[in-house]
Design a protein around this ligand. Structure first.
Ligand code: NAP
Length: 502
């Protein structure tokens, strides 16, 4: 267990709602931040008068909109608030959050003050100078919060954490946004004084904040240390990824000191250079491997030292293992895809497959089915893309069939996002009346578990297979590649279902 604290930040408009949230936060927090800027002005006095007794520490914050607060706060109101709050609580075990730019009451206790700087613009290049300025102040801790659009944007902040640890200063470094989540998860293991978390999904108070439940139960942030082996998913958008919610429970169930983090990356070359490769990286997070997904599955190949035969043949890598100085690439989509298919359908040699989609997943599916002897036809809305893909694997291609045209296939595979929760949920790539003669409908989509295509397939008398088995299958193989051990299938499956049910 590391020494860091989890601070649950609470935003409520009324005292009643706030006190209820404090009661809930007590279950997981070390520190409870009360965001006074969220309260209706008339409620502030009620809260100051009636702060409940708790074994947890309070952190009081009254931040204007320019610093990420909920509303504009008049300087007169701000001064009056802090004079009252400091006077009332200075003898108690309560922390005050002082924005760097704000002149504070003389009587504030330095040792109970966090001096904070919130920056919502593009990451500043003069962070070092700011840190030097802030470090001149006597205080409990410095808090630097910056926006990150890419995982590498958080590097300057992380380097300051290393400096602060070396200088024995308490620092709370927070890279805000999806791309900065890795700093929230790994901070405590590397000496951050505190990390912030949300009370629940609906109570996020800053971009990229993770719920306290996930911080503790999924990422185990307080159990991490510098020896923790770090894995992660490299993706253009990590917010939809199920991988952290599958691999972390599997690592924990196996008693392994490993963690899996989201790594939202735009420029994969820079990420590998600055954060991963031994010779060039700017600090060491103890990375041991990655999942790779859209749009980097092909681009990553240029930065690897070795690629196994299957990934080479597919032309896409979804798994990287770090062997000492070497980055080695694999593809686990293909085995993850084919196993559930053959388990359900039996031998697919000679089977006619209509595969929809010509993207990264389609490549792995076609490779696996061709290897197993199936006759694959690729259907895609972009005929040129479909033709190119089909030619690469020696199969046929066609444009999307007309609405009533029967498919003339034994197996239908959907490798497009059509049917996914959200925008495409009420759509199916083909209609039930086109499935005459089709024996099995296999939809790669796993969210929702049952798509419209699956329902249409079932109604047409076909066997059906959703994408969850493939998702778990490719994750199982990744886990084996990274750890040399088989994960618990039950743990992975139930963790995925739990997440999907949210
Ligand atoms: P991708 O590389 O973006 O390719 C998507 C393909 O679908 C492209 O050919 C695209 O056509 C086509 N497409 C997109 N929207 C369409 C629409 N409205 N109508 C017709 N075609 C459309 O994505 P991917 O990585 O191959 O993934 C495809 C799907 O498989 C995703 O839903 C993903 O979640 C799922 N998947 C599941 C697993 C699993 O483990 N179960 C693994 C991998 C992927 P254009 O080129 O014309 O845009």
């Amino acid at each position: 267990m590391n020494q860091g604290k989890i601070c649950i930040s609470i935003c409520a408009e009324t005292a009643t709602e706030l006190f209820e949230k404090i009661r809930l936060a007590e279950q997981r927090a070390d520190v409870i931040e009360i965001r006074f800027d969220c309260l209706e002005p008339m409620q502030i006095g009620i809260v100051l008068d009636g702060l409940p007794q708790t074994a947890k520490q309070f952190l009081l914050t009254f931040r204007p909109a320019s610093q990420g607060g909920r509303r504009e706060i008049d300087p007169v109101e701000r001064t009056a608030f802090w004079n009252t709050a400091v006077e009332r609580f200075k003898e108690q075990n309560i922390i005050f959050d002082q924005e760097f730019s704000w002149r504070w009451p003389e009587n504030r206790p330095d040792e109970m003050t966090v001096v904070s700087l919130h920056d919502f613009g593009t990451p500043r290049s003069d962070l070092e100078i700011f840190y030097a300025e802030l470090s001149k102040l006597d205080c409990l801790a410095l808090k630097l919060a910056q926006t990150a659009d890419d995982a590498i944007d958080a590097i300057p902040l992380w380097k300051l954490l290393e400096r602060a640890v070396a200088e024995s200063r308490n620092l709370i470094p927070i890279a805000m946004g999806e791309a900065g989540k890795w700093t929230r998860i790994l901070g405590l293991a590397h000496g951050a004084y505190m990390t912030y978390a949300a009370l629940d999904e609906g109570s996020v108070t800053a971009p990229g904040q993770i719920t306290a439940k996930d911080m503790i139960e999924v990422f185990g942030v307080k159990d991490l240390n510098r020896n923790t082996e770090v894995y992660g998913i490299i993706a253009g958008d990590t917010s939809y990824s199920m991988s952290p919610f599958i691999h972390n429970p599997a690592f924990r169930a196996a008693g392994m000191n490993r963690v899996f983090v989201p790594l939202q990356v735009k420029d994969v070359a820079e990420f590998i250079r600055r954060m991963v490769r031994l010779e060039t990286r700017e600090f060491d997070l103890n990375f041991r491997g990655f999942s790779v997904t859209n749009p980097h599955k092909q681009a990553i190949i240029a930065y690897l030292d070795e690629i196994d035969d299957m990934a080479t043949a597919i032309g896409a890598v979804n798994t990287v293992r770090i062997d000492g100085q070497k980055l080695v690439g694999f593809n686990t989509d293909a085995p993850g895809f084919i196993l559930p298919l053959t388990q359900k359908f039996g031998d697919i040699k000679g089977a006619r497959v209509a595969l929809f989609g010509a993207g990264g997943a389609a490549r792995a599916c076609i490779y696996a089915m061709k290897e197993a002897g199936a006759e694959v036809t690729v259907f895609a809305r972009d005929e040129t893309r479909a033709k190119k893909l089909a030619e690469a694997f020696g199969c046929r291609s066609s444009s999307l069939p007309a609405t009533r045209q029967s498919l003339q296939a034994d197996i239908l595979v959907n490798a497009t996002p059509v049917g996914t929760k959200g925008r495409f949920e009420s759509e199916a790539i083909v209609k039930g009346d086109q499935m005459k003669g089709v024996k099995l409908v296999y939809d790669l989509i796993y969210n929702p578990e049952e798509t419209l295509l699956i329902r249409e397939g079932r109604a047409s008398g076909c066997e059906t297979l959703g994408g969850l088995d493939m998702l778990i299958g490719q994750a199982v193989r990744q886990f084996e590649i990274w750890t040399g051990h088989a994960p618990s299938l039950d743990v992975m499956l139930s963790a995925a279902r739990k997440r999907l049910s949210k």
